[in-house]
Design a protein around this ligand. Sequence first.
Ligand SMILES: C[S@@+](CC[C@H](N)C(=O)[O-])C[C@H]1O[C@@H](n2cnc3c(N)ncnc32)[C@H](O)[C@@H]1O
Length: 279
Amino acid sequence: MTLAEVLAGATGYLAARGVDSPRLDAERLLAHGLGVTRLELYTQHDRPLTEAERDAVRELVRRRGAREPLAYVLGDWDFRHLTLKTDARALVPRPETETVVERCLALIEGVEAPRVVDVGTGTGAIALSIAYERPDAEVVATDRSPDALELARENAAGNELAVRFVEADLLDGLDGPFDLVVSNPPYVLAAELDGLEAEVRAFEPRAALVDEGQTARLAEQARSMLDGWLVLEVHEHRAGEVRELLLAAGYGMVSIGLDLSGRPRVVEAQWQLPTSNTP
Ligand SMILES: C[S@@+](CC[C@H](N)C(=O)[O-])C[C@H]1O[C@@H](n2cnc3c(N)ncnc32)[C@H](O)[C@@H]1O
């Protein structure tokens, strides 16, 4: 069979299994399996594939057809300027989280050597992006999942970035003050899980998805070690609720930001530690 025939077969197979973008995914899987670029799939379209090549591609397409996330099957994923290793140890970094990083960078723009903590770091996407884009920042990242932290450490090493990773429940055990506390906490309600796409429901870690009150606890806890900005990624239907929560907790300058599709996905707020009058 030629490359073009295998590509057409893979596309049909993925489409029949409900994959959202079957042609694009098939192209990316074939390119990965054959070690070529997507453009080369077309310049080599009439090349017959060897048995070994077909086996390699078949396994990748089978996994994607079982609705495993494309990022897990490929094993890495681009996030802003970095390429991160991605597997079942942590949530796949989403495009809306890139908007969260953008807000963080804007808020710490005038701060020299900012102290930053990323709570629930997963692959390390937010922490590592800030470390990369603000090399003078001192970045700490926490997660309750040892598996996620192991992956985040591999991503730090792979991108040659220095971030201190700490296994902790939210901010437990950390010393402030921080200029920025950022988090993309789990924000799916348990009752909403069944309505999620198969890729998320069946493959991504439940601990990364299900809201167990982390947002409210973090808003409360951050007040003792924040002298700057809290930036939270939120469920698009609950931005208003989170805004009210932060206002009730005494935060100032609370505002809601939109992601690239215009959905309310980022809530930011300011907290200033009281200045001490003790001589
Ligand atoms: C939605 S994922 C976000 C991952 C990553 N920050 C991103 O944006 O791609 C949430 C992460 O929070 C972690 N997590 C959940 N509860 C936590 C807690 N109480 N303390 C620290 N981390 C927690 C999960 O293990 C998971 O890695």
